[in-house]
Design a protein around this ligand. Structure first.
Ligand code: GLA
Length: 351
């Protein structure tokens, strides 16, 4: 869980902007809710010196000092590079400098590397070798760093991501700021659940919550679905702006608990009726987190049948967004769900 600069700021990133976002992550209560990583995406890179050592550009004069600042706030420090010679935005990539770059990151106190395909060219064995090379370089430093593969879900990356040391891998090309794209990607994750588990996760890209183009129900849909998917939760909104509604969604502790559940099982679709979908994530305590989603254009009732959830005939139901126990139900639970919205519940078999 954390924050990434890309969707909110693109290439307009600077040292002071990152520090301000880190301050705001703490002040807004996001850190207390579990968001921990501050990841600079593309556009921090400067030139290599005569020895080939990478440095930050003029906007990032001292990467080590920035890392120290983040750590002093109890946060973790993420950076971004590419296995190709150039990053997607045309900055310096790590091709041919993998060990040097890994050493630089370790010296700066980096905790997370997003490694983005971009200008790399190669078939699957070449991709595997390139990602593995950086993984080995990171390992060699002795500093633990989360290794985030960004390769847009080509060539079934989920099948080989763990073997190259990936802790997470993008399963898809970029999102954008619209519900249509986010729902296409999010609901399209079904079937990938068997490739995810503790330490190696499917990544359907960042949370666009609070970035402007989605309604409150749509924001809640993304947060609910990403939680049921056990997906990395990386927000990207400007945390220095007061965005009460978005922050309430991002900080909902009961929904976050579903995402962070220790069993680490990725949820899946258990029922569909046209635009109405029911998704279920089994939890460590035996309960089931359930999303009743309405992808249609008007409010409709959505029913979760307990037999589809693998719970007994009689079960208690709690509304997670409303933080409210709803009582004991027999065989099924039905809620009226707004257009593009969700009702998220926890269902627990009665003993
Ligand atoms: C690609 C990635 C994005 C972002 C940009 C940066 O498009 O998929 O997440 O990192 O590059 O240039």
């Amino acid at each position: 869980m954390g924050w990434n600069s890309w969707y909110g700021f693109g290439c307009k990133v600077t040292d002071s902007l990152i520090r301000a976002q880190a301050d705001a992550l703490v002040a807004s209560g996001m850190k207390a809710a579990g968001y921990e990583y501050i990841n600079i995406d593309d556009c921090w890179q400067g030139q290599r010196d005569a020895r080939g050592v990478i440095h930050g550009n003029a906007n990032f004069p001292d990467m080590k000092a920035l890392g120290d600042y983040l750590h002093s706030k109890g946060l973790k420090f993420g950076v971004y590079s590419s296995p190709g010679p150039k990053t997607c935005a045309g900055y310096e990539g790590s091709f041919g400098h993998e060990e040097q770059d890994a050493e630089a990151y370790a010296a700066w106190g980096v905790d997370f590397l997003k490694y983005d395909y971009c200008s790399f060219k190669g078939d699957v064995p070449a991709q595997v070798a390139a990602y593995k090379k950086m993984h080995e370089a990171l390992e060699k430093t002795g500093r633990p760093m989360v290794f985030s593969l960004c390769q847009y879900g080509m060539d079934r990356v989920w099948a080989w991501g763990p073997a190259v040391g990936g802790n997470m891998w993008r399963t898809t090309d970029d999102l954008d700021y619209r519900y249509d794209r986010i729902s296409l990607v999010g609901f399209g994750q079904n079937g990938l659940e068997r490739f995810a588990g503790p330490g190696h996760w499917n990544d359907p890209d960042m949370l666009l919550v609070g970035l402007g183009k989605m309604s409150e129900d749509e924001n809640r849909t993304q947060m609910s679905l990403w939680s049921l998917l056990a997906a990395p939760l990386l927000a990207s909104l400007d945390l220095t702006q007061k965005n009460v509604q978005a922050l309430a969604i991002l900080k909902n502790l009961e929904v976050i608990a579903v995402n962070q559940d220790p069993a680490g099982v990725q949820g899946r679709r258990v029922a569909q009726e046209g635009p109405l979908e029911v998704w279920m994530k089994p939890l460590a305590d035996g309960g089931r987190a359930v999303g009743l989603f309405n992808r249609g254009e008007s409010a409709m009732p959505v029913t979760a049948f307990f037999r589809d959830l693998g719970v007994g005939e009689s079960a208690t139901v709690r509304d997670l967004w409303a933080s409210k126990d709803l009582g004991v139900f027999k065989a099924s639970y039905t809620a009226n769900v707004p257009k593009h919205g969700v009702v998220m519940i926890k269902v627990t078999s009665e003993k």
